[in-house]
Write a protein that binds this ligand. Sequence first.
Ligand SMILES: *[C@@H]1O[C@H](CO)[C@@H](O)[C@H](O)[C@H]1NC(C)=O
Ligand SMILES: *[C@@H]1O[C@H](CO)[C@@H](O)[C@H](O)[C@H]1NC(C)=O
Ligand SMILES: *[C@@H]1O[C@H](CO)[C@@H](O)[C@H](O)[C@H]1NC(C)=O
Length: 580
Amino acid sequence: MECLLRSYWNPSVLLFFSLLLWRACEARTGADSRPNILILMADDLGIGDVGCYGNVTIRTPNIDRLAKEGVKLTQHIAAAPLCTPSRAAFMTGRYAVRSGMDSANFFRILFWIGGSGGLPPNETTFAKVLQQQGYTTGLIGKWHLGVNCESHTDHCHHPLNHGFDYFYGMPHTLLNDCQPGKPSELGLVLRYRLWFCTQMIALAVLTAVLVKLTGFCPFSWKMITSLALFGILFFISWYSSYGFIRYWDCLMMRNYEVTEQPMKVERAYSLVLKEAVSFIERSRRGPFLLFVSFLHVHTPLVTSERFVGRSQHGLYGDNVEEMDWMIGQILDAVDKEGLQNNTLTYFASDHGGFLEAREGDAQLGGWNGIYKGGKGMGGWEGGIRVPGIFRWPGVLPADTVIDEPTSLMDIYPTAIHLGGGKVPQDRIIDGHDLMPLFQRKVKHSDHEFMFHYCGIYLHAVRWHQKEVGAVWKAHYTTPVFQPEGAGACYGRRMCPCVGEHVTHHNPPLLFDLSRDPSESKPLSTATEPQFDTIIKRIEQAVEEHRKTLTPVPLQFTWWNNIWKPWLQPCCGTFPMCWCD
Ligand SMILES: *[C@@H]1O[C@H](CO)[C@@H](O)[C@H](O)[C@H]1NC(C)=O
Ligand SMILES: *[C@@H]1O[C@H](CO)[C@@H](O)[C@H](O)[C@H]1NC(C)=O
Ligand SMILES: *[C@@H]1O[C@H](CO)[C@@H](O)[C@H](O)[C@H]1NC(C)=O
């Protein structure tokens, strides 16, 4: 006993204990100041589909609760009106053109898991920075930013190569093609072009062979053979679009392992929910980053029996209400672990609702409220203005509405700063830290100009002229609506960004969103005395912006976006890829 007491008072033991105590305190305060980050992202959800954004007939009590307990952004803008580019910008905090993740042709998204395009390995996602800061990072749900580059095992674009410790979900996106009996979604877009290219290449090869045999051909046999192989790839890609999309694109992975191929879409929602909840449970000691990237509310709107027929808005409304219920379950898991005050929760949609998604009279896409246009439609507000809600009880004010322009790219510096990290200094980051705005340390957001791209083409620019409170938007190019006035490109699957189906405007169409959020009355020199000055200022900003762009390899080229059998993730022996 005496010995024990003596050793107790030994100075080095004392030092040891006080050090321990100090470490423990440091760890506590450290954990307190670094929140968990929970991101809930809907796919294709319109801003008009959510209760707290003014929808009185659709029930989204859980999303509404987030708004009640946090900050609701009314001018939250996606960097692109389409999945892949918008998500690339979201993950990197940079316009998709900076990483080559936007389109210069008719391929506006990545079509195949077996393609070689995707988020370049040298891009740094916020997940990667948080991972380096000691966060446990997980992605549950949709990725759609590519998988492989050169072989089916390199996983160069895979979430695990972009800062996530854990991935469970679809490396691609949900599609009609994933549910047997639904009209093909991808096939329609792809087939015609692929078949056309196959024929053209075949013709070119034949001509080259004939000319070569007569002796006048400047091409070598090696070149002709390469061209022929290229043609064969196009042919396989075309052939695969019949019935094979389900096998090649509709699969679930856990980390690098394919767990279901083709996946059973009916049970995906419950697996996503289960995985999200168990990630929270096992990471409760924190800090963690969990990105739940819902397969909802993308077509084919797979909805569980409990929710079918429950809403007033058909299958689409049912699917929205099911997603809201899932959000409630995930928030409950956070509460159950006592983490609500230690977690920054963020809800958003990747872009606006899909107006062209309809079957007969049934509307299968979202509603963008008072905003014009929707998914895919260049710079029109309906495609890019999305719900955006942040909650962090005790730190962010509750029940607060902020009308300042903000971007989905803002999560990048915001999350990194909260995690104690530094944004990369060797590249341009287009997002801005939102905490000063949320905590009312500044009156205005840092976004003065925002650039609205359609593919790699700049369609419109927004200028927040802070001194006068105006939000100008100039459209240089707009998609042609078919039929004119209906607000959607019916008859086509999606509005294109270039070519004969867009209109160029010179002078640009100008609106003041603060007075005319529906972009219904273009201003002119007669109705807006400042017209010329405004256009000039915007043009100057475009010029400055252009100077910051550097050419990078494009990820959506034909070559990157055709199906390459040797890149296809497969759970059996290729081509017998099926597992459950
Ligand atoms: C609510 O959402 C549904 C489904 O998208 C839509 O049809 C309806 O017009 C919306 N209602 C309002 C008031 O925005
Ligand atoms: C969380 O923070 C809120 C607001 O500061 C407070 O009212 C509540 O009691 C806290 N809850 C827990 C579980 O600490
Ligand atoms: C990534 O690599 C590409 C091509 O090698 C290059 O053009 C681009 O600038 C690089 N990006 C960054 C952020 O370093």
